[in-house]
Write a protein that binds this ligand. Structure first.
Ligand code: GFB
Length: 316
């Protein structure tokens, strides 16, 4: 990407989008066109087409999505399918119409089949049944990935896609019912410590295993791929290290300094049993993650403490 290239980061206020903007700015890419959700509803095809036609970006990072943890995915499947399908379709089609040079589409490791062989290779996509709790989100994201692949084939576009493992870091959502596990546990451990509570609640059995990646590492991978990768197949972006949810809970409690008990809420879903990615392709291209899990959790907790009021006000 040329330093003065015009770049549209769709979803720039979200966890991934805000990290991509930080990364681009740090590397001297300042010709960004951004639009908040209030300014532009990407589910509206006409408005999205008009915006991209007017701005004519050369590069697009498609990081806009309706996201959430296992529970909200399971309870709002209609919203998760509609929102993510509409946003993906509109941004990809409008980018094609406007002659965008290159687009990076954000997939997610959770859209691979529930029982894909681990570590999961990119070729496993669509090879088996999906995890029920987030099937809606997965169907929408798979459609977006395929739209990129088919537009490349039919129209000669250069629309690439990546599949990060579970992301966490500054700028995440901390709503107790809607968030992902890392921010949820950070908030619960912090509030339990503050209130001298005896225990915190961990959803499910604690047995599922997750691979986590710090959000600034995802951002560096996205900018790297935009500059170094072209092809129809999605590219995994992981760290190769995984923890059971119970181990994660203990790590978070240790970082926060909460020494009480951990209690299971077996009424909440476990979600996928495991989803370790095989990231050998991106490693072979020359990228690797740099933030360790211990450091990442520490940084995320410090960010939560510095912005606690804002995060709790956002609530979602
Ligand atoms: O992060 P999470 O909601 O998403 O849950 P998934 C991960 C695991 O943490 C599940 C457990 O086994 C949860 O039961 N967990 C324990 C908790 N305590 C909590 C808690 O307080 N809050 C939450 N949220 N989980 C998502 C997909 O699956 O992965 C999304 O549903 C998305 O579509 C995301 O792709 C990356 O990893 O299970």
């Amino acid at each position: 990407m040329e330093k003065d290239a015009k770049i549209f980061v769709a979803g720039h206020t979200g966890l991934v989008g805000s990290a991509i903007v930080r990364k681009l700015a740090s590397k001297g890419y300042n010709n960004l066109c951004l639009a908040s959700h209030k300014e532009l509803d990407l589910r509206n095809q006409k408005d999205t087409e008009a915006f991209i036609q007017k701005e004519k970006p050369e590069y697009v990072f498609m990081a806009a999505a309706t996201v959430g943890g296992v529970l909200i995915n399971d309870t709002l499947p209609g919203k998760f399918l509609y929102d993510n399908l509409a946003m993906s379709m509109n941004v990809i089609h409008s980018s094609y119409l406007a002659g965008v040079k290159k687009l990076l589409y954000m997939g997610s490791g959770c859209i691979y089949p529930k029982f894909a062989e681990q570590p999961i290779q990119e070729g496993a996509l669509l090879s088996g049944a999906l995890e029920k709790t987030n099937e809606a989100y997965a169907v929408a994201k798979i459609a977006g990935l395929k739209l990129c692949e088919y537009y490349n084939k039919q129209y000669g576009t250069e629309f690439i896609s990546c599949m990060p493992c579970n992301a966490y870091g500054p700028g995440d959502h901390f709503g107790l019912e809607s968030s992902h596990v890392v921010p949820a546990l950070i908030r619960k451990a912090h509030e339990a410590k503050k209130n001298h509570a005896e225990s915190i609640v961990m959803w499910g059995t604690g047995l599922p295993v997750r691979e986590f990646i710090y959000i600034d590492d995802i951002a560096s991978a996205c900018v790297f791929l935009m500059g170094h990768y072209t092809g129809d197949e999605c590219i995994n972006v992981g760290t190769g290290t995984e923890y059971t949810i119970r181990e994660l809970t203990q790590i978070v409690c240790d970082v926060v300094g909460f020494q009480g008990k951990v209690v299971n809420d077996l009424g909440k879903p476990d979600g996928a049993p495991r989803k370790l990615l095989d990231s050998s392709k991106i490693f072979a291209l020359g990228w690797k993650p740099t933030v360790s899990f211990a450091e990442g959790i520490q940084k995320t907790y410090q960010d939560f403490l510095a912005n606690e009021e804002k995060y709790l006000r956002e609530g979602n």
